[in-house]
Design a protein. Structure first.
Length: 71
């Protein structure tokens, strides 16, 4: 039931691998570049991954509450 984030995910190589394990209820993939998030979304769809959320954000200003992600 934990949530984890792959920050500066690029094409989501690590985040997609985490999603495949099904150890987390949600894998949030964060990147600032829209092109990277678009590629990540395409790959996640092709792999039929569930529980994946894409977020466009600057790593200096992440939109998550303290303690809301797995440590």
């Amino acid at each position: 039931g934990q949530v984890i984030a792959d920050v500066s995910c690029g094409p989501g190589t690590i985040g997609r691998r985490l999603a495949k394990t099904r150890m987390f209820s949600q894998v949030i993939m964060v990147d600032y570049a829209e092109a990277m998030l678009t590629q990540c979304a395409r790959l996640a769809r092709a792999e039929h991954l569930e529980g994946v959320t894409l977020v466009r954000a600057d790593v200096r200003y992440l939109p998550f509450a303290d303690g809301s992600l797995a440590g």
